[in-house]
Design a protein around this ligand. Structure first.
Ligand SMILES: Cc1cc2nc3c(=O)[nH]c(=O)nc-3n(C[C@H](O)[C@H](O)[C@H](O)COP(=O)(O)O)c2cc1C
Length: 318
């Protein structure tokens, strides 16, 4: 493999038949822990799940620590979850001081997610991650529905292109991904991200949503609005991944398909729609053992389809 740390990672991993080459990286599993649901680095280690994930993505990091929104900010729904965490995070300084990506204790890769109030803040955080760590992939969260300006950039393809061009200039070593929203014109946004020169796309973030307590007649979230995730958004993610893959990227850059995956066939559906790798979000909060179960299901599916490598199935819906 030519990458000594990867050799150690493979040694620790539970899964290998579904290994992929993704954005030039060797991952022993196509499953990626989604930002905000997998902690900062190795919180899933206790559940024994890291070995079944190819990578975990950090909580979105900003220039300064943030407390996030008032409580309540997470509520369960019949078909998923509504959250308005509001980008609570430890901030880039503490993350750089405390992060752990030692392959002996963390048997999968670490990706980092960045956010900010301004182009300068995004670039400062991403630039430091690029220069001061060897984290191989930086994901720009341009689609957070839970802060006043979290979607300022993804509301308009040209504003997003401007942000991503600036990030492109700040990130030279790591791969740069853009994480897009599930609503709005995904094809136009993905086209703008491609023009800015991103190395890949993550599809999708949570869907803006709301819940009301009919007895008290109050909003159930202190923030009133939040982001919907879990099974309720899965079919939306399948559609967005499909349209972006077939109309925009055409395989030129990899896609992480993300939204409502709870079982192996949800992951397989995203792969057939056009995802090269599959994110796991809400399911990690409900069932930290899910990655192993889903990875095993995908291995069986691969063999059942008569294929040797997952990439043979990417985008192969007919
Ligand atoms: C509690 C919670 C916190 C989240 N925090 C972040 C975050 O910090 N950055 C980000 O890009 N996405 C964040 N997300 C969105 C997830 O990464 C993912 O895009 C979304 O939940 C859809 O996937 P799922 O249906 O598998 O959960 C968060 C989601 C949840 C449920």
């Amino acid at each position: 493999m030519g990458d000594p740390s990867y050799a150690r990672i493979c040694h620790n991993a539970h899964v290998s038949a579904i290994g992929i080459t993704f954005a030039g990286l060797q991952l022993h599993s196509p499953l990626i822990g989604a930002a905000g649901t997998a902690g900062y680095t190795n919180e899933l280690a206790d559940a024994g799940s890291l070995g079944s994930l190819g990578a975990v993505t950090s909580k979105s990091l900003t220039g300064q620590p943030r407390d996030g929104n008032d409580l309540p900010r997470v509520i369960p729904l019949k078909a998923g979850m509504l959250n308005a965490i509001g980008l609570a995070n430890m901030g880039i300084d503490r993350f750089l001081a405390e992060r752990s990506e030692d392959p002996r204790t963390m048997p999968c890769r670490l990706f980092a997610s960045v956010a900010g109030h301004s182009i300068d803040e995004y670039c400062l955080v991403a630039g430091r991650l690029d220069r001061e760590t060897d984290i191989p992939l930086i994901e720009a969260n341009v689609s957070c529905p839970n802060t006043s300006d979290g979607r300022a950039f993804s509301a308009d393809p040209s504003a997003m292109r401007t942000l991503l061009c600036a990030l492109r200039a700040s990130v030279g070593r790591a791969k740069l991904f853009a994480k897009l929203p599930p609503d709005g014109d995904a094809v136009a946004l993905a086209g703008a991200a491609m023009e800015a020169g991103v190395d890949g796309l993550t599809l999708c973030n949570t869907m803006p949503a709301m819940a009301i307590d009919v007895t008290t007649r109050r909003y159930r979230l202190a923030n009133r609005r939040g982001g919907l995730s879990g099974p309720a958004v899965h079919a939306v993610a399948v559609r967005v991944v499909h349209d972006v893959r077939h109309q925009v990227t055409k395989g030129a850059v990899p896609i992480i398909g993300l939204g409502g995956v709870a079982a192996w066939d949800d992951a397989a559906e995203l792969i057939l729609a056009g995802a090269d790798a599959v994110g796991l979000g809400t399911i990690l909060l409900a069932d930290p053992g899910a990655p192993r179960r889903i990875a095993r299901g995908l291995e069986r599916w691969l063999l059942g389809q008569g294929c040797h490598h997952l990439h043979e199935l990417v985008g192969q819906v007919r």
